[in-house]
Each structure stands twice: as C-alpha cells, then as structure tokens.
Design a protein around this ligand. Sequence first.
Ligand code: NI
Length: 407
Amino acid sequence: MGTKPVNCDQSMLTEIKDLATKLAPRLIEIRRHIHAHPELSGQEYQTAAFVAGVLSSSGLHVQEGVGKTGVIGELQGTGKDPRLLAIRTDMDALPIQERTRLEYTSRTAGVMHACGHDVHTTVGLGTAMVLSQMAEALGGKVRFLFQAAEEIAQGANWMVKDGAMKNVSAVLGIHVFPSIPAGSIGVRYGALTAAADDLEIIIIGESGHGARPHEAVDAIWIASQVITALQQAISRTQNPLRPVVLSIGQINGGRAPNVIADQVRLLGTVRSLHPETRANLPKWIENIVANVCNSYGARYQVNYHQGVPSVQNDYALTQLFQSAAEEAWSSDRVQVLPEPSLGAEDFSVYLEHAPGSMFRLGVGYPDRLINHPLHHPEFEVDESAILTGVVTMAYAAYKYWHCPQTL
Ligand code: NI
C-alpha cells in the first residue's frame, strides 16, 4: 500500500525536526528519569506529577487526576479548525524485576518499564514541547492524554469516563516495538491488536467414590471433554481467516485422589480480531459447554467477561502516519505491517469514541543480534527512537489539519 508523498509545507517539517533535535538530549534525560522511577498501574503518582510539571512549563493547560492518575494537557493552536486531535500515551510499568545493567536501571525493586511506556510518555511530552513552540502553525486544538493503568486494561476506561474523549475528532497513539530497528516505524491498516476477553467455566458434577464412577458425575473428566471440544470446535466451526484463540490457563477442582470431583473451575483468555466474530463467542462457547455437560449429566456456568476490544486502525489516519514518516525520513524506514498481533491494548477503548490509529515505533538496536521482547527483564530501547517518535507524531499532528489531501 503506497501513499503519494504530499509536501504540504516542507518548512514546517524542517522546523519540527530542528526543534526535536534540539530537545533530544533533554528528552533522553526525561526518559531515563521515568525509567529509573517506574510505577505500577493505577499508582503513577510521581510520573503524573512529573508529566504535569513538564506540560505546565511548556505552557499547556493541564488537568491532573483524570482517569485516576492520568493527566491531560491541552494546546490551543491559532487555527480555527474545530476538529480536536487527541494524542494518547500510557505511563505505567510492570511488576518485573529489571535485569539490565543500565546506569538508569529501575530504582524500585520488582517494578520495571519493560513495555516501553517510559518512551511513550517521553514521546508524548516531546511532541507537546515541540508543538507548543509552533502553536501558530497548528490548525486547531491538541489534547494530550497521559493515561494510567494500561497494563491492567483499565486506564482508558477511566479516562473516557472522566471526559477525555469529549469533542475529540481523532486520536493518535504509539507503541514501541523491539523487532523493528530504531529509526524505522511500522504502520498497520485495519486490525492492530486483538480483543481480549476473560472466560470462566464452572462444571458441576456429583461427588462419589473413585472406585464407583457410575454412581457419580465426574467433573474433571467432563471438564477435559469441554476443553477438547472447545479446541476442536475452533478448527471446525470458526472461520480460519478470522482467528480465535482460546487458552485455558488455570484449572482447579477435586478434593482427594480417590474421590470423584464434584466441581471444576476453568479460567482462560479468549482473543479475536473481528468484532462480529467476537460478538458471537459467548453464545458459541456456552453451546459447546452445554452440549458436553448435558451429555453426561453435569450442570455448568459460563461467565464471559468482555475485556478490551480489538484496535482497528482507521485507514486515513494510518495513511497520515505513513505519509508523515515517509516525508520525514524515507519510505524504506516505514514498514507496512502485514500481520496484526493477538496481544491486547486498551487504546481500542478510545476508538469507540473517535477514529484513530496507533503506530509501532521501532526501538531495536540495529547492530544487536538479540533485542529482547516486550515484558522481558532485559528489555532495552535504542533511545535514538525517541527523536523518530516525536518528529513522526508532531508532523502527523500538523498534517492532520493542514494536509487534507491525505485524509
Ligand atoms: Ni505496552
């Protein structure tokens, strides 16, 4: 998929690059500070205060305590375009003991920025700092959303409940990606991540002596049939071009080796990409569980809890990122990603209120054989990516109002 490069105003791109390059050393300091002081989901107090301080000193209108520990910064451009653009970055860290040997390694035992949210926050701040110095070139208002608690898939809901998406016309997001080299970005048209739902199945049989199975209803055996039936049914009754992954990750039941179990509880995660597929999954699962349980005289409960939806990137806004990055760098530094991920990302919650797109920022060291994956205790980031991220985001924001031919 190619886009025609549209140079609506090359001088603005040069200005953005100059401002970002001047800021780069400060942004690396900021990122290192956040990296050294990670905070868990919903507890981002110091990070939020730090973010609010940087935004205030750049002249943004700041609101703290949005979505619990989230922060909003608003920048009014001089342009009169009524379309409000939101830029979302997340701030939380993970319960992982860092094992890098970086001089700015986590100072908090058992907590680490292993998903790059320190970089996201820095790119959000850098973009705000750059755009605040060229407000006369902005066609409208930008609202920066610094979100808490992405890792527990709660923060976006909290932000939306507190009005973060009010009047928003489009929302842009970013996530680091270690398998793309720093200096490059990835864009994805359509589905970027999966819907992630929680599943609980309780099978209720009847206890009995292990030697006399015919007098009991064996919940463990029936649970094993349920698991097998679900996995087989995926391959035979779900469209193979519309993926569904169902993983039972936890199973509990039984009281003693010679007592037939009267109850088994299965807990799992269900991933899917297509909204229509997802909508049918609770009924589909319940039917299979019911058929197996009814065959053998067990009762059951199925509790299906919808988590975050799939991130579906808007076509025009994805094209906006692609053209911004291709103009800012070159087309060989922009990858159009052929596949989505079955991971989840609560950026999708914002997309229920406005179209949006999230791009993947390459953070891999080009000269390293191994770049550890996200959530790994040795995950590291090539910090040169911060400049790439800020220029891409800031220029995409500028183009959003000024280059309608890309939208
Ligand atoms: Ni993440």
